[in-house]
Design a protein around this ligand. Structure first.
Ligand SMILES: Nc1ncnc2c1ncn2[C@@H]1O[C@H](COP(=O)(O)OP(=O)(O)OP(=O)(O)O)[C@@H](O)[C@H]1O
Ligand SMILES: [Mg+2]
Length: 396
């Protein structure tokens, strides 16, 4: 079926392969995962049109799985079919009640039943024009990189701007946009020296028909030395508080369709607005500073994100010595948080604030500094991991 994507969820690889072949023959795009948690992540990030799952999971309860899909704005309206190795009527009843549209029992009869159900949802099989919309997600969506932290003042905005600049420098042909979504007031404009009128608030006020991809590509400023295009944040708390959440989601969707790298600063906010963005992210740089309280808070934030179906693979933890030389070591921080830290940035003293005040990127201002080498390595590594994770998803 042209452009429609089906997510297959089955613990059994052979079963997944078998279904993939049948569905690919029918011109569907197919994604496959082996566990309930991976399925939630993929559903929220990849937006399949239909989830086809065998409700025998070892990691999450089947009814809870369906409820999580139904209750989330990103997946609430998806078609859901259970393709089940369990013929028990109780399971069938519970799942239909939770929001599954069809409960098909795996058997020889099931093979015609499945295409019939698909035809009911998507209309009888039209033939795909060749290659037109295949691997749609890959073509349509740029890589979404979402910077966040558990606490303020950890250097999230500075690292977001500097790493985005480094990514653009290393990928000169890529279209890179940074959007400052920190509410109620942004700060990246200040770091890069942009004080113009075009920002999140003024863009959100425009009718959505006007703010298409072309609009952003043509109008977003490209601050000198920074190379990327910037959608600056809210200039003051009063405007920031009045922003409509659904507009932010729409704006990010448009950016994803028009840029290769969409780099967001969401600061320390885990709100209704930011959570779906984190769930869709290809990579989540999580900035941790070296004081005990931030490290502990980071653990709490991570536990929450994990509950929301975020995959640890996508989290890219950066320990930033923003507060001086004291504080926990990398190993201590890893012990508390419970997952590896990918990069440690040294304390740069007043040099960092000076570069910020002069609106200059660190790698331009201090080309020989250790921090510059680390920025370059980190930017390269982040892009590599984001690409690997996407490729792995498309292969499955
Ligand atoms: N590695 C570092 N060495 C020295 N100073 C640093 C380092 N990292 C960040 N800083 C300084 O810490 C301050 C806070 O940085 P920044 O505004 O980027 O943090 P933030 O987490 O975005 O804060 P907020 O909660 O206000 O959004 C800045 O003055 C910055 O120059
Ligand atoms: Mg900030």
């Amino acid at each position: 079926m042209v452009g429609k994507t089906i997510l297959i969820v089955d613990q059994n690889q052979a079963s997944r392969d078998y279904l993939s072949n049948i569905l690919r023959e029918r011109q569907f795009n197919v994604l496959g995962v082996g566990s309930g948690k991976e399925a939630l992540i993929s559903a929220w990030r990849d937006h399949p049109d239909l989830v086809l799952f065998d409700p025998i999971f070892s990691d999450i309860q089947d009814v809870e799985f369906v409820q999580k899909l139904r209750q989330n704005a990103r997946s609430g309206k998806m078609h859901i079919i259970a393709f089940s190795s369990d013929p028990a009527p109780v399971r069938k009843e519970a799942l239909l009640k939770a929001g599954v549209e069809e409960y098909i029992i795996k058997s020889s009869e099931a093979i015609p039943q499945l295409p019939q159900a698909l035809d009911r949802f998507f209309g009888a099989g039209t033939i795909a024009p060749e290659g037109l919309e295949s691997s749609q997600d890959e073509k349509k969506n740029g890589r979404l990189i979402v910077f966040l932290s558990a606490k303020g003042g950890t250097g999230t905005s500075s690292l977001c701007a500097n790493l985005a600049m480094t990514i653009k420098e290393q990928n000169p042909d890529a279209r890179v946009v940074v959007a400052d979504l920190v509410l109620p007031i942004g700060s990246i404009g200040q770091i890069v020296g942009y004080g113009g009128k075009l920002n999140l608030v003024t863009v959100a006020d425009l009718p959505s028909a006007q703010t298409n991809g072309e609009y952003f590509l043509k109008n977003l400023p490209e601050p000198e030395l920074w190379k990327f295009q910037l959608l600056a944040g809210s200039p003051d708390p009063q405007h920031g508080n009045n922003l409509k959440g659904d507009r932010i989601g729409q704006i990010v969707d448009v950016l994803r369709a028009s840029y290769d790298f969409i780099i967001l600063d969401i600061g320390r906010s885990l709100s209704r607005i930011s959570l779906p963005l984190i769930q869709q992210a290809d990579l989540i740089p999580l900035i941790v500073s070296t004081d005990q309280s931030t490290v502990k808070l980071t653990k709490t934030v991570w536990e929450y994100l994990h509950e929301q179906g975020i995959d640890i693979q996508g989290v890219y933890a950066i320990l930033n010595r923003a507060v001086g030389l004291e504080g926990v070591t990398k190993t201590e921080a890893e012990g508390i948080i419970g997952f590896p830290i990918k990069t440690t940035l040294p304390y740069m003293g007043s040099n960092f604030a000076l570069a910020n005040n002069l609106n200059q990127p660190i790698i331009t201002k201090y080309p020989k500094d250790t921090a510059t080498i680390i920025f370059k390595d980190t930017a390269g590594d982040m892009v590599k991991i984001a690409r690997q994770l996407r490729a792995r998803r498309n292969l499955n």
